[in-house]
Design a protein around this ligand. Structure first.
Ligand code: NAD
Ligand code: TYD
Length: 366
């Protein structure tokens, strides 16, 4: 064990110890913050988050007292704040997750997505470029992106790192645009970047506007489960903790300028997934088999609804040795269990109480 730890220390570059994680109070970001604090006790982690409706400090309540963790409430669009953070903390790594992330919201409010996902990302790139100078060494700017930039697949094929971008929703268009800017800063200014494009995540702390937590919450409350169209759209699901592990691997071992696809090799039709979830919910709630499935309600389809996403993650497996660790049913069971053990979290985020709390808290602090 001791030899293994020593070997790890040799293999992991001994730089990048002061890391800015943006969007660390969100779903995936909170798992990344926790992983880095647990895995690298000599790192300082600075979590910059605006605390939109999707950001929740309760996601990090178990680690908030860690002396290596620092929370900054702020907006990635605020360039003077970013400049201050880079110079005050001498940051040498960025893991950029802050984003507007929900497709349905992007259809009703596209400008919010342009603002944060495009302009905010360019702002962050500029801050890193200015702070790190013309020949940055031992620095890394990691941009976390989505498979949705590749558009929609037919019944066959997988997205690889060379699949042409073909985004279809305002969300995916904004993420595609940010990916292009990140690559442009590598080509033009030699900014040391890496990008990953991941498939749909699920797991603890997922905001209940997305399919899986929405369905869990609705079944718990005996409410209809709205399924868009005929439920035939396909997504490739990955447990969020496996995504955080992939981000750790790519951040430390990925090559500058490269893109890595991350996926679960785990495609599900929405309707089949919801039936599996309904069975797990019946078991958990000790209801007669078939009760939850009665709540399934087919509703009007999402405009421009992408048919199928599926990731080929073999580059990441072959080059950096990452594999998903959990079978889907096991991950889904863990997720359901988490939502039943964290009812207060679910009540808070659905009641909006935590938003009022933060607004009051930070008004008092400023
Ligand atoms: P999320 O919506 O749960 O969290 C986003 C976080 O960003 C929140 O904490 C929010 O407060 C913060 N934020 C939003 N605007 C901000 C701003 N202007 N300044 C600072 N902070 C801001 O999102 P998520 O699901 O955790 O996704 C994180 C990242 O991973 C996103 O970039 C998303 O595109 C990407 N991604 C998500 C998935 C998925 O399935 N959820 C899959 C692949 C990639
Ligand atoms: P979602 O969780 O919003 O993720 P994304 O759109 O980024 O893939 O949706 C996953 C799938 O579930 C997608 O095909 C849309 C569908 N869906 C529903 O059928 N009903 C819903 O209420 C939601 C939120 C999603």
């Amino acid at each position: 064990m001791v030899i293994f730890v020593l070997l790890l220390k040799v293999l992991i570059p001994n730089f990048m110890k002061k890391i800015l994680i943006t969007g660390g109070a969100g779903f995936i970001g909170s798992h990344v913050v926790r992983r880095f604090l647990q895995q690298y006790p000599d790192y300082q982690i600075f979590n910059l988050d605006k605390l939109t409706y999707a950001g929740n400090l309760q996601n990090l309540s178990d680690i908030e007292q860690n002396p290596n963790y620092h929370f900054i409430m702020g907006d990635i669009c605020d360039s003077s704040l970013l400049q201050t953070l880079f110079s005050k903390y001498a940051l040498d790594g960025v893991i950029h997750l802050a984003a507007e992330s929900h497709v349905d919201r992007s259809i009703s409010h596209p400008m919010d997505f342009v603002q944060t996902n495009v302009l905010g990302t360019v702002n962050l790139l500029n801050a890193a470029k200015e702070a790190w100078g013309k020949t940055p060494s031992n620095k890394r700017f990691y941009h976390v992106s989505t498979d949705e930039v590749y558009g929609s697949l037919g019944e066959k094929g997988l997205f690889t790192e060379t699949t042409a971008y073909d985004p279809k929703s305002p969300y995916s268009a904004s993420k595609a645009s940010s990916d292009h800017f990140v690559k442009a800063y590598y080509n033009t200014y030699s900014l040391p970047i890496v990008i990953s494009n991941c498939s749909n995540n699920y797991g603890p702390n997922h905001f209940p506007e997305k399919l899986i937590p929405m369905a869990i919450n609705n079944i718990k409350n005996n409410q209809p489960i709205p399924i868009y169209g005929k439920g035939e759209n396909i997504r490739d699901w990955l447990y969020v903790i496996d995504h955080a592990r992939a981000i750790d691997t790519i951040f430390h071992h990925g090559n500058n300028g490269e893109t890595y696809n991350i996926g679960g090799f785990n495609e599900w039709k929405n309707i089949d997934l919801i039936h599996l979830l309904c069975c797990l919910m019946d078991e958990t709630m000790e209801r007669p088999s078939g009760s939850s499935a009665q709540l399934i309600t087919f509703v009007n389809d999402r405009s421009g609804h992408d048919l199928r996403y599926a990731i080929d993650a073999t580059k990441l497996a072959h080059e950096l040795g990452w594999q998903p660790s959990l079978q889907f049913e096991e991950g889904l069971k863990k997720t359901v269990k988490w939502y039943f053990e964290n009812e207060e979290w679910l009540t808070n985020v659905t009641s909006g109480e935590y938003q009022t709390y933060y607004q009051t808290l930070y008004k008092e602090k400023t």
